[in-house]
Design a protein around this ligand. Structure first.
Ligand code: FMN
Length: 414
């Protein structure tokens, strides 16, 4: 029987272990996690979601405080049009985060940054352009475009000196999204270096509607592979979403994918950014605890643990400090939902907002426990300790389990 180690992802002459750890914002896929993937010869992702906050927490900067100071007078105003990101500060925060990864990188693998288009930051084009350019300036190996169609993103980078040498890829959930992207960028004479096909069982936001259950990764991956073959486009395809064992990965590699992108198994790695207590929630989860809902203001369905403290919380919007989801005209659907509840309960000190969540605040504080559908199986990947907790795993252990295990085998930690 084959194992993942029998395969390699090739970029030109470079051979990579075909395991990609997917981006997990906000700082769930940490620099430390990405470094391990690269050291072991695979690909790791950092994420640039809320990078100013990540920089403040990790590198002792004050981007969030400075922004709040500037706009504090606006906190009671529902119109957030004036709340803008300082593009210089955004570039600086991105540079710090990317450099922390690239200067420490060892081994033959690569480190990419996950860039979500839906992080509209009240100036969608300008901020996305700055984020991507700053990551390239700081030496990132590649950029994975996610959470959006990214029809203009290659165009924004076309003038950058690294546009043709950095690895640039896109996440799609349908062959149609890929076709749109390729058509839109045909004039640039620059194909993506890889395409991640993310199916409906992934964590984070889903590229499907609430009918996600009608789709499956194997079918969409086959459609993408067929389309690329018909067009004679030799772009590596990376399958993602619900690939839980080495055997699952091998089945995708044998049917034409060049690599797999995985994330959920690494949420219980020591190097993962979730707090230790939250990792135990992931271990303990049963299948019924995992839900897909529409509380994310991005408009995309999102999968999460039912017990996430973010669900139903009614905090005042924090756009003056954060504001990563402001749509460019000062709006966010959480602000609308929050104001409705305040109007309905004018005397209440605390309201509960059930249909939307303040995603920035709750992701920053690790109170929205987004997860893949296979999270309920994490308990089978570790040992239960005497005190009832589960043993955390090293990223190396999980990575090597994907790389060397056979069939549906899962190696338990020592
Ligand atoms: C906790 C968590 C957070 C995630 N956050 C993001 C994100 O910020 N951006 C993104 O493009 N994908 C995100 N994803 C999706 C992963 O990068 C990956 O493609 C997918 O989860 C792979 O499926 P698996 O988790 O079943 O292995 C996230 C996944 C998880 C589990």
């Amino acid at each position: 029987m084959k194992r993942v180690d029998d395969f390699r992802l090739t970029f030109g002459k470079k051979e990579i272990v075909p395991i990609v750890i997917g981006g997990m914002g906000v700082d769930i896929s940490t620099v430390e996690l990405a470094l391990e993937a690269a050291r072991l010869g695979g690909i790791g992702h950092i994420s640039d979601a809320m990078v100013n906050e990540v920089s403040d927490r990790r590198y002792d900067t004050r981007f969030g405080k400075d922004k709040l100071k500037l706009y504090r007078h606006n906190v009671d105003n529902s119109d957030k049009t004036m709340v803008r990101f300082d593009l210089g500060a955004l570039a600086e925060a991105t540079r710090r985060h990317v450099e922390a990864a690239m200067l420490a990188k060892r081994g033959d693998g690569l480190i990419f940054v996950n860039c979500m288009e839906k992080l509209t930051m009240n100036a969608p084009r300008e901020t996305l352009q700055v984020r991507m350019a700053a990551a390239l300036d700081a030496g990132i190996d590649g950029i994975t475009l996610s959470a959006g169609l990214h029809l203009g993103s290659f165009g924004m980078l076309a003038g950058h000196p690294r546009f043709r040498d950095a690895k640039l890829g896109i996440i799609v959930s349908s062959v149609r999204a890929l076709q749109l992207f390729l058509r839109k960028n045909a004039k640039l004479d620059r194909l993506p270096d890889y395409v991640v096909v993310e199916g409906p069982l992934a964590g984070g936001h889903l590229g499907f509607g609430m009918d996600w259950g009608n789709y499956d990764l194997a079918t969409i991956t086959a459609e993408v592979l067929n389309y690329l073959a018909a067009e004679q486009l030799a772009i590596p395809v990376i399958a993602a979403g619900g690939i839980f064992t080495g055997g699952d990965a091998v089945s995708y590699l044998q049917s034409g994918s060049a690599a797999v992108q995985v994330a959920t198994r690494f949420t219980v790695a020591k190097e993962c950014g979730l707090p230790a207590k939250v990792k135990q929630e992931y271990f303990k989860a049963s299948e019924e605890d995992i839900v897909v809902n529409t509380i994310s203001p991005t408009g995309y369905p999102m999968r999460m643990l039912r017990s996430s403290p973010a669900i139903g919380a009614g905090i005042r919007p924090n756009c003056e400090a954060y504001g990563y989801l402001l749509d460019g005209s000062g709006g966010c659907s959480y602000i609308t939902a929050y104001n409705e509840q305040v109007a309905l309960h004018p005397k209440a000190k605390v309201v509960s907002v059930r249909d939307k969540t303040c995603l920035c605040t709750h992701m920053r504080n690790f109170n929205l426990w987004t997860c893949g559908q296979a999270t309920y199986r994490l308990k089978d990947t570790s040992r239960k300790l005497e005190d009832g907790r589960y043993q955390l795993l090293s990223a190396e252990h999980i990575f090597k389990d994907y790389q060397f295990s056979v069939g549906q085998e899962i190696a338990l930690p020592d």
